[in-house]
Design a protein around this ligand. Structure first.
Ligand code: ADP
Ligand code: MG
Length: 307
């Protein structure tokens, strides 16, 4: 997934070695990559994206699980989360292809939009098919979170009850630190800085036995003529989002769902996102840019996690 991971377990070195945890974790992550990474030419997702047929194919249980949840969130959000949006992401310069850093013209935009839409994708159990040959699935909003979930499940299956798993910023934790305290997570201040060198803490949360996901467009963006272009696309316009919401944090039991929801709310913007979060009883924190700094809003459900 082109990222790093960080895992903490409360156990003795002997336990970790006897269980061969490192080897098991590497093996499951390798499998997730082989199923869902668009960076790997012969991964399951790449093979489906390149498939020149509308016939249905059988997909692995893991791939089907991520697809099913992504499609569910897509429908729940009226298409704001759309895993077929990849061609638009690439068109605007974010994706496995290099970044052109140019603004596409209207013709290219409309022909690319014609390739996008969840209605072109069909999942029935583990049978997957597409209506158009050049449909392109991109699971970058849920696959990292799924990776966190499978590692967390693996750790629990090995009898370890206290842990923290983080992959590329997606996190899930359970129980206590070795000190007996609950895990505390710092949510970053959304400083506009693509290098990621300037970092500061905005808020500390105690998520208990949950996952924490933050989606933000303050690091991954490009600037052209003074305008900032985000790597998050609004499927209703085909263009990068353009509002002053800079980051959304969601706390939810499943990391895959938290991951997908944080992006969904980011696409929606503060007003619509807040409404959706309240309706769906989500724990969500929205940080927006103002003239003088930042302002935050959170749902009632989020309040319990604030330190
Ligand atoms: P991060 O990659 O930092 O976790 P996000 O979770 O916010 O960031 O995911 C952003 C990625 O999701 C983009 O890089 C792009 O590949 C993809 N994406 C952008 N817009 C959408 C959308 N509307 N629906 C689904 N995926 C999207
Ligand atoms: Mg994410």
């Amino acid at each position: 997934m082109g990222t790093t991971y960080n895992i903490k377990v409360v156990a003795t070195i002997e336990q970790v070695e006897t269980l061969q945890l490192q080897q098991k974790i590497d093996a499951v992550l390798k499998q997730v990559n082989q199923e869902m990474s668009t960076y790997i030419p012969d991964s399951e997702i790449s093979r489906f994206n390149n498939l020149q047929s509308t016939e249905s194919v059988e997909v692995s249980a893991g791939f089907a699980r991520v697809l099913a949840e992504s499609i569910r969130l897509g429908e729940l959000s009226d298409g704001k989360l759309d895993i077929t949006v990849g061609p638009l992401v690439n068109l605007w310069g974010f994706g496995p292809k290099q970044r052109p850093e140019t603004v596409p013209n209207d013709d290219v935009l409309s022909s690319t939009r014609a390739r996008v839409g969840l209605n072109n994708l069909h999942l029935d159990g583990n049978q997957l098919s597409k209506d158009i040959l050049n449909l392109y699935i991109d699971l970058s909003t849920t696959a990292k979170g799924y990776g966190v979930d499978v590692v967390a499940e693996l750790i629990e299956a090995n009898g370890i009850a206290n842990y923290l798993v983080e992959i590329g910023g997606e996190m899930r934790l359970k129980g206590f630190k070795h000190t007996g305290e609950l895990w505390a997570i710092a949510i970053e201040k959304p400083i506009l800085d693509p290098s990621g060198e300037q970092r500061a803490v905005h808020q500390v949360v105690i998520p208990k036995d949950n996952a924490v996901a933050t989606s933000g467009d303050y690091r991954n963006y490009f600037e052209k003529d003074g305008q900032r272009f985000s790597h998050i696309i609004d499927p209703d316009t085909g263009k990068p989002i353009n509002h002053n919401l800079v980051s959304v944090t969601v706390i939810y039991p499943s990391s895959m769902t938290a991951d997908g929801l944080s992006t969904t709310l980011m696409v929606m913007g503060t007003e619509q996102g807040m409404k959706f979060a309240v309706e769906n009883e989500l724990a969500a924190l929205f940080i927006s840019k103002t003239e003088h700094g930042f302002t935050e809003k959170f749902t009632v459900k989020f309040k319990q996690y604030l330190k």
